[in-house]
Design a binder for this molecule. Sequence first.
Ligand code: IYR
Length: 291
Amino acid sequence: MFSQSFPFFNHYWPFLLIGFIFYVLGNVFAKSSKVVRHTKQIFKQSYEDSTSLEKELEEETELEQDELDDEFVPALPSDLQHIPFVYTRPSPEQLVQRTQEFYELVAARRSIRSFSSDPVSKDIIRTAPSGAHTEPWTFVLVSDVQIKAQIREIVEREEEVNYKRRMGKQWTTDLKPLRTNWIKEYLTTAPYLILVFKQMYGLTESGERKNHYYHDISVAIACGILITAIQAAGLVTVVSTPLNGGPSIRKILNRPANEKLVLVFPVGYPASDATMPDLHRKHLSEILVEF
Ligand code: IYR
């Protein structure tokens, strides 16, 4: 009955069946190779992200190395004196009060684009805007003793190479008066480490990239304010640059590939015998040009 009604189908059904099987198999294959390609793409991208960050750090080092090759005059006198650091320790109550006052001061800041022509005093207040309000930063606060020790180990390992080989003669000569070396005790003695990461780009919840405008300068401004806030609270810090240690520290702290470690701030009270280099800041007339 069927063969009588469809003589064509009756004759050619094996070919049609084979064709159908190939069609189904072809579809399955195309889908799976798309998944493989997509997975490969993700791996390739994250690999490129991490290697490009590492390359960037390497380049930073090379840049400093290049600068060394030029003629130089010492940045500091070789006999620079170190004098006692005069410090009045605030009481715990003062610490809380000062922090609160500082917070209230900066929390009221907003971006305003319509200005009055009224003159203002030359005393400038620094604030923390970010390019296109992208807030391209992550602050990681570390008080865990073991993690602090791991960070110190990485920093010291890299700094030893920096001091002994990577950075060359000019760098070590320039730094000598500061009496620094690769041993960074403060990374474990300070109660807190604040690690500042800049986000090269942002990620939406669905994993799409967002442009982060001016992430360098935004993070730099935020760090300036952070230092000021630490000072305002009555604590002390040092701006520490983890040269070449960034990628390893980023991994310990489980930070994603779009983040790059910029600075590490140890934060706490100063030791009672703390000293500081007897340096003086430039006079205003040396740094200010008015029209
Ligand atoms: N980052 C290194 C070296 C260093 C560099 C500068 I520029 C300084 O002002 C101080 C130190 C270190 O921390 O030892």
